[in-house]
Design a protein around this ligand. Sequence first.
Ligand code: OGA
Ligand code: MN
Length: 282
Amino acid sequence: MSLKIEPLGDALGAEVSDIDLSKPLMEEDIAAVKDAFLDYHLLCFRSDPLAAEDFSAIARLFGEPQLQLIRTTRHGEVPEISVLDSTYKNADQKPADFKLNRKSGWHTDDSYFEVPAKVTLLQSIEIPKSGGHTRFCNTRKAYDDLAEEEKRRIDDLKAVHAYDTMRAPARAKKRTKEEEEETPEVVHPLVRTHEENGSKAIYFNPNRTDRIVGMERKDSDALLDWVNETITQQKYRYDHEWRMGDLLVWDNRCLIHSVNVDFPVGQTRLHQRILLKGARPQ
Ligand code: OGA
Ligand code: MN
């Protein structure tokens, strides 16, 4: 095996090096990468920005790409790729209170769908000179560390996920009629079991989980606030400082993420992204 896999910290994540993503990979390297993905939940490949077709080919090692909801950001030639520009074009776009930038809110991608994407691939095409780290928390570790009694308390709960919730500090983007029709409220288990290894993780999206099914709003809020505090503890967290061309692959079934939106106004922050089809959370 030619590649190297090294942990990025105690909480989650590993860096894969000595690999050229623009060339076909050897079978044994592919197998090692897939195993490492299940163990670490996030992989970072140091790379140059990839051509759309190469990016798409890497994504297919991990699963099947799906079209993303928002039409306007789809790549012209390879529509399964979205091009995400998070640059502050002018000072008005950068709020004094970072919480008001939706990206700074913790979330797991696409949980407003009945069948959310299992994996996200995100590659930096251009990065600001400072800031803009993407932060991750490991909700599998957070679940594992709960007391048996706490696990029992949440094990069978179900939660309503919506495109937006008043619980989130910032409002979601406005959808078109078509996008709205595709995103009614959905119900997911609060604790989900990973299809590929049977492990359990808390499945909570602070930006989109509105309430626990069958609970009064006040009790539901108290429980979700506690879940939120539990899973975002420092010990479960890894902050990724982007280098140009870094390609992150992460598991939305057991991680949440958010962006430190502290980067300077006028410096381009641009990524390409692919989401992979998942299974209904169980
Ligand atoms: C995403 C996302 C993080 C970033 O692509 O799902 O949340 O760093 N992006 O821009
Ligand atoms: Mn995201």
